[in-house]
Design a protein around this ligand. Structure first.
Ligand code: NAG
Ligand code: NAG
Ligand code: NAG
Ligand code: NAG
Ligand code: NAG
Ligand code: NAG
Length: 268
């Protein structure tokens, strides 16, 4: 705590002298506070890494396990804590890590809602929260993270539909929502994401047919197998057929859609 006060005080001094890049100093402080809040919202740490002494204010937070900073700005750009046995809520203070580009908390036991404050992370490219126990709706304001390229929320307890706002992601390439108790139709607005290369909705409790618009924007060479429950294998076969090198050897989009619909109709 003493160190905090000291850093804050130093920061005020530097600011009043208006030199030595005071902005960077105070932003560093914001990142440290955010990470400490993230730490204190974790109530069980099975490997005892974060709670047990690696994340201490005696060390520079850029050297804490799972944290990567930009060398230039000394701001947190990556927070990767996979398979750590962490159990707790996700602190809304994460939204203050304004340089964060990659957040990967795969396979822990985070629960509660995905904090809407994540929507403040304008530089975020990857949001990977798969294999946790997040519940509630998928926050529609994630659309404010306009640089998002990868979203994986696979294996959680998320409910509701895919937010309509998601149709306007400018850079989204991969969207994984498998194994969530969502509900409703597979939304056609997903077809409006022109950068989308792969979408995975296995066991996501979505109904209806695959909207044709989903393929409108995909270029032939970008086409990846579209997973949908038990038809995955058939789709993979289709995928092989459409991944031929020569364009004239590839199947036309319309043919693929007809085949997909036949597979779907053949399901019990
Ligand atoms: C925390 O772990 C990282 C990676 O293993 C290590 O480089 C660092 O020195 C550790 N910090 C402390 C304070 O133990
Ligand atoms: C940051 O600095 C470290 C140590 O000086 C270096 O190993 C690393 O490659 C640098 N990272 C980048 C992205 O420049
Ligand atoms: C960081 O985020 C929290 C919660 O979202 C907020 O209350 C706090 O004022 C923010 N700012 C700083 C500088 O920590
Ligand atoms: C998740 O991690 C645990 C260990 O913490 C491991 O036993 C389990 O197999 C992992 N689950 C998946 C789906 O990878
Ligand atoms: C699946 O969605 C339907 C409505 O679309 C709902 O009635 C049902 O409870 C959902 N199932 C699960 C497991 O969430
Ligand atoms: C897709 O985008 C177009 C043009 O912005 C819009 O008119 C249309 O309603 C969108 N489709 C869906 C299903 O949201």
């Amino acid at each position: 705590m003493e160190k905090f006060i000291f850093v804050a005080f130093l920061d005020v001094m530097l600011a009043s002298l208006s030199m030595f890049q005071p902005v960077i100093c105070s932003s560093n402080f914001i990142d440290q506070v955010a990470l400490l809040h993230f730490k204190s919202a974790i109530n069980i740490d099975l490997t005892n890494t974060i709670k047990g002494g690696n994340w201490t204010i005696e060390a520079n937070f850029c050297e804490w396990i799972g944290v990567i900073c930009s060398n230039r700005t000394q701001r947190v750009t990556t927070l990767n804590l996979l398979y750590m046995g962490l159990h707790g809520r996700l602190s809304p203070y994460l939204g203050n890590l304004s340089f964060l580009a990659s957040l990967d908390l795969s396979n822990n036991s985070f629960y509660g809602r995905i904090p809407i404050e994540i929507g403040q992370l304008r530089r975020l490219k990857e949001l990977i929260l798969e294999i946790n126990q997040f519940e509630g709706n998928i926050p529609p304001n994630l659309i404010q993270c306009q640089n998002l390229e990868v979203i994986s929320l696979t294996v959680n307890r998320l409910m509701g539909g895919i937010p309509r706002e998601f149709g306007t992601f400018p850079k989204l390439q991969l969207l994984y929502l498998d194994l969530n108790p969502l509900r409703g139709q597979i939304p056609s607005f997903l077809g409006n994401i022109s950068t989308l290369q792969f979408i995975s909705l296995c066991s996501a409790n979505l109904t209806g047919s695959i909207p044709l618009t989903l393929f409108n924007s995909m270029k032939h060479e970008d086409l990846m197998p579209l997973e949908l429950g038990s038809i995955v294998l058939s789709i993979l076969e289709l995928g092989l057929e459409c991944s031929k090198d020569l364009p004239e050897e590839r199947m036309a989009m319309k043919t693929i859609m007809v085949k997909l619909n036949k597979i779907k109709l053949s399901l019990p």
